[in-house]
Design a binder for this molecule. Structure first.
Ligand code: NAP
Length: 335
């Protein structure tokens, strides 16, 4: 075992786009174990758009993050030492262990999920982890997909969007995804089975939505907000469900952010627009993961990840997330 715990601390509140200099690297001693505690060695650390808001204390559903704190981050790791018979050495666990090599917990102070032996750690962080759960509960509980529904998903080639789209296909929907490159669009239709994809950077999104969704959109699963949300709202069908999962286009904004101009179409179309926080479904994660593992085993759901090598790449990787480097779940392999 190494005798240093590599960490990245929050060094500055970001102004505009997040920067590597917003973090400070430090090495600390590996924490000592107390009674009932386990020592978790992280294997993969997740990069999530919500980290940007937490750096600014804008994410009000989690505790504030202060300058000098270990940067919060989701990860999967392996129990390396254990004083708790409920959690044996070698168990794969996932939780909010932070941008660091080691974390300690008794299972309650820092809650974590355990995964069955043989679970792919990349899947534990991706399709079976927080973003997979977000796709599952956002689409199924808020979107309420029915066979034949026209589903449009923004941020479709990312961790959440790619899983939401695949689940919508499983439910018999027609699925159109929006993504930021031709390669990503090709991956959505060629590999994941989306019915169509729109490159929102090079194509006219409104024109393409008119062409692909002539009878309107039944479910719009939104990961980006901004202009694309407005274009979707303009095209919703009667009784549509607009699932507000995220709004990445606003996370690095500096000035005031305009609201959706076309929100009143919710009235004309008798539609519903609803946000959610995936953590509210935590008690159901185990059952959802089991169902999703069944889909994976049956070849109906694919896990994909963009893996960046090396702990010290963490700050750069967060910048790259906002630049769209990833297809599927973005993570850094730390060990
Ligand atoms: N409600 C919840 O509980 C919850 C939980 C988890 C995540 N979320 C939200 O879900 C969304 C997706 O998160 P994720 O972790 O799965 O990330 P992700 O989609 O894997 O990665 C972010 C992607 O966003 C795209 N992007 C970046 N800037 C953009 C912009 N200005 N306009 C449009 N697209 C942009 C990039 O892809 P392109 O190449 O396509 O631009 C990038 O790959 C985020 O908004 C996040 O906050 C919500």
């Amino acid at each position: 075992m190494s005798n240093a715990n590599r960490q990245f601390l929050l060094a500055a509140r970001p102004q505009g786009m997040v920067k590597p200099t917003d973090f400070e690297y430090r090495e600390s001693p590996v924490p000592e174990l107390g009674p009932d505690q386990v020592l978790i060695k992280t294997n993969y650390i997740s990069l999530d758009p919500s980290m940007r808001g937490q750096m600014e204390n804008r994410a009000d559903y989690v505790a504030p993050l202060e300058i000098g704190d270990v940067m919060r981050a989701g990860s999967v790791g392996t129990i390396e030492r254990s004083n708790n018979p409920a959690y044996p050495v070698g168990t794969l666990v996932g939780g909010s262990f932070g941008m660091q090599d080691y974390a300690i917990s008794d299972g309650k102070s820092l809650p974590f999920r355990t995964f069955p032996d043989g679970t792919d750690p990349q899947a534990a962080l991706g399709v079976l982890g927080g973003t997979g759960m977000t796709a599952y509960f956002g689409l199924l509980r808020l979107g309420e997909p029915k066979p034949g529904d026209m589903v449009v998903i923004s941020g479709a080639a990312g961790a959440t969007g790619s899983v939401a789209g695949q689940i919508a296909k499983l439910k018999g929907c027609t699925v159109v995804g929006l993504a930021g490159s031709d390669d990503k669009c090709q991956w959505l239709t060629g590999t994941l089975g989306f019915d169509a994809a729109i490159n929102y950077k090079t194509q006219n999104v409104g024109t393409e939505l008119d062409r692909l969704c002539p009878d309107g959109i039944n479910i719009y699963f939104d990961n980006v907000g901004g202009e694309i949300l407005d274009l979707a709202l303009e095209r919703i069908a009667n009784n549509a469900r607009v699932v507000i999962c995220g709004g990445i286009s606003r996370y690095n904004a500096t000035g005031p952010i305009p609201g959706p101009v076309n929100y009143f179409n919710l009235v004309f179309r008798r539609a519903r627009m609803e946000g959610f926080i995936v953590l509210d479904y935590a008690s159901e994660f185990g059952a959802a993961a089991q169902e999703m593992q069944g889909w994976i085993d049956a070849g109906q759901l694919q896990q994909s990840a963009t893996v960046i090598e090396g702990f010290t790449e963490l700050p750069n990787a967060l910048v790259q997330l906002f630049e769209g480097v990833n297809t599927g779940k973005l993570m850094v392999r730390t060990s």
